[in-house]
Design a binder for this molecule. Structure first.
Ligand code: FRU
Length: 492
């Protein structure tokens, strides 16, 4: 079947299933999720002709990962979204087992996608595969044509570079050249990033291994992204297989970054230590773009490989985090939800100066589609926080709390409902003995921004629809200096 026919076939399936799927209980109301079937990494996130385009790894025919297509949605304001037809389908000899992750770039008035063509050469998918880099382009940002010169990078470079695991191009322009980074590993299974240069997106020259892991840094780095904020080069990547250290790195794979300086002559990135992008359960394969206002915006797959995904029983799987703005402060990224999300706010409820010692319920502070901002004075409490998606009859709750002795914030989903359990933790310093929490709840997700985006914790939860309570609690006295709660309107 040719590319166009494959897209038509997939679109028919999506159209026939979406209306039913979107009514099921864990389907998000304001996060991008597949209309039906499977989703993983965000791809091709870009600002094109005044709109944000978001593509994603997608298998339209079942809620399990399969030969990858590129799903597509767009937004004018990063708050409301519209689904668009599938952009890429696996249709050629060089990508027949999947159009894997990649990125987008606008050249003149065309939108170009650069992606990895994947072909299995045997049943052992770790060792029997061929990955090549390809491009496709579009005049309208909707219909894409694969380039006749594909693949534009057909073999991994010589040297201590694994010949098969070689994927996820992120492309950008600087000066006269296009550059792209690829995820890769050495033959000894150490994650690394490859840097290429081109004048036309077709002829690519391998420049160097821009960075290689040392120590506990995983066996493969996926989905690299390099960008500049305030004169610093930041490499964002997703290392597979870092070992847990204290309360860090408990997910199967991590997403994080290093800050440094990329030498565009040698192709080497000198950089500082690895820092986590998110301290929760479910952030992987982040990708960024820059918009008209010069903001660096990131979003990620809001799941984790091999984690249980209870939504699969409703014929869909996967969602994308809220878009977040990144700024750099003292060598660390500060990450905040984009302000445009305010346009989805409705039915504001607010409180001030509420003393809590034990448990506290605030009238009208509840719900499943919620934005909540709270400033808490810790006073002399030892522990305090809030429970969301609470249902006492069912024993369901998702707990977010701070311990003033350990200076750690904990996200506990042991009693969240169906699905994966466990805790994740993040070190947090109070500011003048105060904690700022900014929380977004959707049907099956929690995104917690701590102290104005100093730390973020993201996780999927699968509560009962009736579990909508929110409770504040403390051991010792605290004061809720300010509580603001909105219902979040649907974004589609
Ligand atoms: C990351 C990843 C990428 C790959 C894609 C396949 O989650 O494994 O490296 O391109 O997913 O769907």
């Amino acid at each position: 079947m040719n590319h166009d026919d494959k897209i038509i076939q997939a679109e028919e399936v999506l159209k026939s299933k979406h209306e039913e799927i979107r009514k099921t209980k864990w389907y998000p109301t304001y996060h991008v999720a597949p209309q039906a079937g499977w989703m993983n990494d965000p791809n091709g996130f870009s600002f094109y002709n005044g709109e944000y385009h978001l593509f994603y790894q997608h298998y339209p025919f079942s809620p399990q990962w399969g030969p990858m297509y590129w799903g597509h949605a767009k937004s004018r304001d990063l708050a409301s979204w519209e689904h668009l037809p599938i952009a890429l389908a696996p249709s050629e000899d060089y990508d027949k087992d999947g159009c894997f992750s990649g990125s987008a770039i606008q050249i003149d008035d065309k939108l170009y996608l650069m992606y990895t063509g994947n072909v299995w050469t045997g049943d052992d998918h770790d060792h029997q595969l061929k990955q090549v880099q390809c491009i496709a382009s579009s005049q309208d940002g909707i219909h894409f044509t694969k380039d006749e010169q594909n693949p534009v990078i057909s073999t991994a470079p010589e040297g201590n570079i694994h010949p098969f695991h070689f994927r996820d191009p992120k492309v950008w322009k600087k000066g006269e050249h296009y550059y792209c980074v690829l995820g890769s590993k050495t033959n000894q299974n150490i994650g690394q990033i490859l840097l290429y240069r081109s004048k036309d997106l077709v002829d690519w020259e391998f420049m160097n291994v821009a960075a290689t892991g040392t120590g506990n840094f995983g066996y493969m780095w996926e989905c690299p992204d390099i960008f500049n904020i305030d004169g610093q080069d930041i490499l964002l990547m997703s290392p597979q297989g870092m070992a847990p250290e204290g309360y860090m790195y408990h997910n199967l794979h991590q997403s994080g970054y290093v800050v440094g300086k990329l030498d565009y002559e040698t192709g080497i990135l000198e950089h500082g230590p690895f820092q986590l992008l998110d301290y929760g359960f479910d952030v992987y394969a982040p990708q960024t773009t820059v918009d008209e206002q010069g903001r660096r915006i990131v979003l990620s797959w809001m799941n984790m490989w091999e984690s249980e995904m209870p939504e699969q029983k409703y014929e869909w799987a996967g969602a994308i985090t809220l878009p977040r703005v990144m700024t750099l402060e003292n060598g660390t990224l500060r990450i905040s939800p984009v302000p445009e999300l305010k346009s989805l706010r409705k039915d504001k409820v607010a409180y001030e100066r509420i003393q809590v010692n034990g448990n506290e319920l605030l009238p009208k502070v509840d719900g499943s589609f919620v934005e909540l901002k709270v400033t808490i004075d810790a006073k002399d409490a030892t522990q305090f926080g809030l429970k969301v998606r609470v249902n006492e009859d069912l024993g369901e709750e998702t707990v977010l709390y701070y311990d003033t002795r350990t200076k750690v914030i904990t996200f506990n989903r042991d009693n969240s409902g169906a699905g994966p359990k466990g805790i994740r933790q993040a070190p947090v310093e109070l500011i003048d003995n105060k904690l700022h929490l900014h929380l977004f709840l959707d049907s099956s997700s929690v995104e917690l921004f701590i102290n104005e985006g100093e730390k973020v914790m993201t996780g999927r939860i699968y509560p009962n629809e009736e579990s909508i309570g929110i409770q504040f609690f403390s051991e010792g006295e605290i004061e809720l200096l300010k509580v603001e709660k909105w219902t979040v309107a649907g974004a589609f």
